[in-house]
Design a protein around this ligand. Sequence first.
Ligand code: PMT
Length: 406
Amino acid sequence: MLTNKTIVLGVTGSVACYKAADLACKLTQAGAKVDVVMTDSAAKFINPLTFRSLTGRTVFTDMWDTLSASGVDHIALAEAADVVVIAPATANVIAELAAGIAGDSLTCTVLATLAPVIIAPAMHTGMWRNSITQENVAKLKNRNFTFIEPGYGYLASGCIGEGRLADIYTIMGTVRQVLGRTGNLAGKKIVVTAGGTREPIDPVRFLGNRSSGKMGHAVAEAARDRGAKVVLITGPTVLPDLAGVDIVRVQTAVQMKQAVAKAVAGSDALIMAAAVADFQPQTTSAQKIKKAAAGGKMTLPLVATPDILTETKGRFLKVGFAAETEDILENAKEKMRNKQLDLIVANDVTAPDSGFEVDTNRVSIIGPDSRTEDLPLMTKKEVADRLMDRIAVMLKPKPAPKGHTH
Ligand code: PMT
């Protein structure tokens, strides 16, 4: 989605400038045209040549460069930008922008642009928490600037605290979210589930499955990138949080059901990519079960968990996934009927490059009237995008019947 987008990347004077080089590189690799505008102090931390080499484009450092093609670079940049990202953003540049000061190429560009502006601050904890900075941030948020909160951790001063530049993954995610705001799911609310549930046996053991959460995360990301408001309900996973997505973490099937019931209020679609346990231990031992006490043999009575898709009712689109090892399409269609779904993604989990844990998947999307779209092996992101194509069409308002006059 970043292909052919023009991103103006503002870099200001912080030791985190070296991370901006990685950001410029990743945005460029994702297909964007990245125009870097550096302040004088940023150029003291990192050489503009680094950005020119990474982006393959001119780097703007001096507003008074008489050799520039147009002479008014900041206006050309402001007009070309699809989005402006300032990373790292110092307390100084935030203060300048809040006051409407336009004293260099970067602040002139921001003042002149109609494009959305994303700010990723990086500074010492004291400067970030200072009420003056916080007032400036609040003022800019009121003017629709998007802030990516700084992280907590080791700072250049040697202290540990709040103020680290957010990680590049979060900044990239925010860029995608902001660029996708007017996408074909704008104004829709979509609830997605991901990962496997864990049903506790005792304080240290559980019944679980191999789901990594990758497929559900890809679905949530694809919906976010088309402008939807997304709630992601996920079982335990090591995947990082998705920027711009409300995340609810759960452990068990019962907790997932409760979280889904709460989240679906006002939603347009529920997409369940989670591998929910079908059974849970009848009782959970309060203490770790001892091998000796079990007498070398153990039977674990199980009871069925609630079927979330079947039991969650409402006027939203219901989409399920079916992880199958045999008679894939037939079994998926049966689940679609039994759970009364609008769409089901039949997932072949027999091949090593498809299904659980891996980054690729092989699926068929089955729609109303059993219309089936067999997809070849593709990345989970691509699968998610193809699924969103179908969902966007199904959620599109139907044209009013002809012949009606009021
Ligand atoms: O997470 P990854 O490692 O990326 O792996 C992805 C995946 C293989 C888990 C995913 O693509 C997938 O196929 N998810 C569904 C797995 C599954 O549990 O399928 P099922 O056939 O058991 O369930 C059918 C549908 O009913 C699913 O949408 C499931 O979320 C839902 N269900 C199941 C049980 C239950 N108690 N309540 C439910 O709502």
